[in-house]
Write a protein that binds this ligand. Structure first.
Ligand SMILES: Cc1cc2nc3c(=O)[nH]c(=O)nc-3n(C[C@H](O)[C@H](O)[C@H](O)COP(=O)(O)OP(=O)(O)OC[C@H]3O[C@@H](n4cnc5c(N)ncnc54)[C@H](O)[C@@H]3O)c2cc1C
Length: 582
């Protein structure tokens, strides 16, 4: 099978390009063959924004993604930091760009001031209004420790309902073609510039070669790549053991390797947002993946059986403190009365029954006992010290004042947490867990990838978490300061790339069908049993379908048969089902 069989190459004639060169509009060499004007690697919020923006500018775009579906991390994410919105005004929150810039710079400590200003000044018009024009409704604003004015905006249905309309729009636009299950493995280089991408079809193993004068790397962060994470662990800190993986299956930093091989520089890789609320994911056979665990009524107790922090403090303070301790782990302690407040993020865990069935009875995850002393013993904590800690905490509650860590008291807003007095008692040991990259491919203010000498690498652009969202977060991730900046930088990259390459008029590239799977639907249970390359999401999804006993026709019909979606119409029909889980 021909490697480029899917896409019809468009050959620019020498004459056409020579004329364009005279007009200053042709930056490729005469006669160059291109399958598209632009290749976007990664169909997350940054890559989709880049593709839509470039298509608006007349470019023909091919989007590659290693996953079988689009949206990236945004389908699991929450909200956007936005400044000066109608919803803020409606709620009586008087926000102002200068205030927001001050807040973000103060929280991040060493954020890139140019990009912070660019984002804050653009967030209303270029992110908020752009999404609203696509039917997104912002429904709620949450306060956050770093925001002196509340600005953490949640769409109805969280970030999935912002990115899925982008995916739908891109799937509906002829000049944008998608190649799912295609992992970019190499950039083509020629005459000092990037000229295309080589990708592997993860299902068939076939290689696909696509030529284009511009490539946007939008592959997301590298927090699922244990080796990169450890190599770039912030200096002065020991790498925690265990260190769970808390970002996506495809967040392996592959795009960073593509960019460096083409001459681009990487920057600020040691700025990683690490959560300290990780518990081993019992569904992950590798034992590497973590789940984010919270219980607002719990106390945090160290290995000596003592509280060590205000459990209600801003996340940044708790993260810094825990990561500086040895070991950087602690116990989350709660009782039967606050058991229902145990929350685990992520699709399968939002249902309390799943937590009750798979987490609470697992003695390797949750230690449980009817008395405090016995529970301390079960967790390996010193019983006397631990019992004294809980007794003191309950006494402080009775007095309405936490003299040790100021979690509550006369000068602290909010309600008192409940005492820890109803057996059985529970303890879950929590560990650090990777989440978001705040460094990556170096870019200029137009999202062109830069080399070590700060010169643009011709033909190469980068956006989103693959750039560490341009350093906007400094060393401490803020609330909602990844999604919006990823979208904005994606739009900038798409616009710059389209302007640089002078799009070729003509037929758009055809939609690239995924490799057909010969197995049929009857073998579903068997097919999701063993992990197979290219079927990761298919297996995640249908495992839930089987567990929930859903019938196939809940989602599949003639427009979207239980088979690989090989046409644009089928892919669009498929997107109708996403919000059942995301
Ligand atoms: C659980 C969770 C919750 C979050 N909540 C928030 C929040 O509330 N607010 C906020 O602002 N941020 C949040 N974030 C962070 C935010 O979601 C991400 O920073 C943002 O979505 C990044 O978008 P992106 O397009 O740059 O990358 P991604 O969304 O990671 O997309 C990258 C895409 O590239 C593909 N890819 C990777 N390598 C290759 C390759 N070699 N070839 C082809 N394709 C490849 C991937 O499959 C993926 O689809 C959260 C993150 C997580 C994990």
């Amino acid at each position: 099978m021909e490697a480029t069989r899917h896409a019809a190459p468009v050959r620019r004639t020498f004459l056409a390009c020579a004329l364009a060169l005279l007009a200053g509009a042709c930056t490729t060499w005469p006669g160059a063959q291109r399958d598209a004007d632009l290749i976007v690697v990664g169909a997350g919020i940054a890559g989709l924004a880049a593709a839509l923006e470039a298509a608006d500018a007349g470019a023909r775009v091919v989007v590659l993604d290693a996953n079988s579906v689009g949206g990236g991390h945004a389908v699991l994410a929450g909200g956007f930091s936005l400044v000066g919105t109608p919803l803020q005004a409606q709620k009586g929150y008087h926000d102002d760009p200068e205030v927001a810039i001050r807040d973000i710079l103060a929280w991040g400590e060493n954020a890139d001031p140019w990009w912070v200003r660019r984002y804050v000044e653009g967030s209303r018009r270029e992110v908020h209004d752009w999404l609203v024009a696509r039917g997104v409704t912002f429904a709620m604003i949450l306060p956050s420790a770093e925001d002196s004015v509340p600005r953490f905006h949640f769409p109805r249905g969280a970030a999935a309902s912002a990115v899925l309309p982008m995916l739908r729009e891109a799937l509906g636009r002829e000049p944008i073609a998608f190649a799912w299950n295609h992992e970019a493995t190499r950039l083509l280089l020629g005459r000092g510039r990037v000229t295309g991408v080589v990708a592997r079809d993860l299902r068939s193993g076939r290689m696909l070669t696509l030529r284009a004068p511009a490539v946007v790397i939008a592959t997301g962060g590298f927090e699922s790549n244990d080796q990169l994470v450890r190599t770039h662990w912030p200096t002065g800190q020991a790498v925690p053991q265990p260190l769970y993986v808390g970002s996506g299956e495809f967040a392996t930093g592959g795009g960073l390797a593509l960019a460096t091989a083409a001459g681009a520089a990487l920057t600020r890789l040691d700025r990683q947002l690490v959560y300290v609320t990780g518990m081993r994911n019992p569904r992950d056979p590798t034992g590497r993946r973590g789940l984010l665990v919270q219980n607002a009524a719990a106390i945090m107790v160290d290995q000596a059986g003592r509280r060590f922090v205000n459990e209600a403090a801003p996340s940044k303070a708790i993260e810094s403190l825990v990561l500086s301790r040895s070991p950087p782990s602690y116990w989350l302690v709660f009782d039967a009365a606050s058991r229902s407040q145990l929350m685990i993020r992520g699709g399968p865990w939002l249902d309390a029954r799943t937590i009750a069935a798979e987490i609470m009875p697992d003695p390797a995850l949750v230690k449980q006992a009817d008395s405090l002393e016995a529970r301390a013993g079960a967790a390996g904590l010193p019983p006397a010290a631990f019992a004294a800690t809980v007794a003191r905490y309950n006494e402080s509650l009775a007095q309405g004042r936490d003299a040790d860590f100021a979690r509550f008291g006369p000068n602290v807003a909010g309600r008192l947490p409940p005492p820890l007095a109803t057996p059985p008692y529970y303890a879950i040991e929590l560990h650090p867990m990777t989440r978001k990259s705040m460094g990556g491919i170096a870019i200029d203010h137009d999202a062109r990838a830069l080399d070590e000498q700060q010169r643009p690498v011709p033909g190469l652009y980068a956006a989103g978490e693959a750039t560490g969202v341009a350093g906007i977060n400094g060393s401490h991730g803020g609330a909602g300061t990844f999604l919006g900046p990823s979208l904005l930088i994606g739009r900038i990259a798409g616009r710059t790339a389209a302007a640089d390459v002078a799009p070729v008029a003509g037929a758009p590239p055809p939609v690239l069908p995924p490799a057909a799977d010969p197995a049929d639907a009857r073998e579903l249970a068997e097919r999701i049993g063993a992990p197979r390359a290219g079927y990761w999401h298919f297996a995640q999804l249908h495992r839930l379908v089987l567990a929930r006993n859903e019938t196939c026709s809940t989602c599949h019909d003639e427009s979207f048969p239980p088979a690989p979606a090989t046409t644009r119409a089928q892919q669009l029909a498929q997107v109708r089902s996403c919000s059942r889980c995301h």
